[in-house]
Ligand binder design. Structure first.
Ligand code: PGA
Length: 257
């Protein structure tokens, strides 16, 4: 039986009222605390507190979409690990492709954030994934290797425990195009092999690898049933409980099978 994770990445969406409402609906629709599925909501920074207020002790966990690596101090516009912990975050998403490709974040930036987050006790969802042009040139594996090596450079085995990897092919994010279950499983296997080579079989086998990229109620089960897929990182479909809840249900089916 595998422990699954379904994470909602709200990106730069919602306002205080809609974020609270969504979180309240999510908490209310998730009364089971015993199942082997972690459900996670990652709102924009300004809504972390109202969302956490709504989530309460529902079992739905709180995550942020980014963090800075420095200790609190003179870094205008940045948010520190200590601040995320202070408002109840347990997780942080790092290296999302929108941050890599729109905001120019490098593997080195991501590695520094990851090390700081883990040192402070945050769990990390490290995103990796290739562009369509890279896939077409047959570079998928080498891009995943580069992003994993870069993001985890010098990171020891203790630190890597508590890191979840999200495979998010850039061509599938927000496009309505989803990787086929086989494509997702192949990429996840390649990520698992990398982790096994680097940290040994226990880390390779136990690290959760989420798939992200146009996950919807109608494709979630087939993706989540793949042997190397341990959950989903969901953007668009996480903005409505009617869409998100069936994805959680699919994860419950797989976790209990
Ligand atoms: P999407 O986004 O589900 O809207 O494709 C996924 C993500 O970017 O995390």
């Amino acid at each position: 039986m595998k422990r699954m994770m379904v994470a909602a990445n709200w990106k730069m969406n919602t306002q205080s009222s809609s974020a609270s409402q969504l979180a309240g609906q999510l908490a209310g629709s998730w009364p089971e605390t015993h199942v082997d599925v972690d459900v996670l909501a990652c709102p924009p920074f300004p809504y972390l507190i109202p969302v956490q207020d709504q989530l309460g002790d529902s079992g739905v966990k709180l995550g942020a979409q980014d963090v800075y690596w420095e200790k609190p101090g003179a870094f205008t516009g940045q948010v520190a690990v200590e601040m995320l912990l202070d408002v109840g975050c347990q997780y942080v998403i790092l290296g999302h492709s929108e941050r890599r490709h729109v905001l120019g974040e490098t593997d080195e930036d991501i590695r520094r954030k990851l090390v700081a987050a883990r040192a402070g006790g945050l769990q990390v969802i490290l995103c990796v994934g290739e562009l369509l042009s890279e896939r077409e040139r047959g570079e998928m594996e080498s891009i995943l290797e580069r992003q994993l090596s870069g993001g985890l450079d010098g990171v020891d085995e203790n630190t890597v425990h508590g890191v979840v990897i999200a495979y998010e092919p850039v061509w599938a994010i927000g496009t309505g195009v989803t990787a086929s279950p086989e494509q997702a499983d192949q990429a996840h296997a390649c990520i698992r092999d990398h982790l096994t080579d680097r940290y040994g079989g226990e880390v390779g086998a136990s690290t959760r690898i989420l798939y992200g990229g146009s996950v919807k109620p109608d494709n979630a089960l087939a993706l989540l049933q793949q042997p190397n897929v341990d959950g989903a990182l969901v953007g668009g479909a996480s903005l409505s409980v009617d869409q998100f809840r069936p994805i959680i249900d699919a994860a419950v089916v797989v976790a209990e099978s």
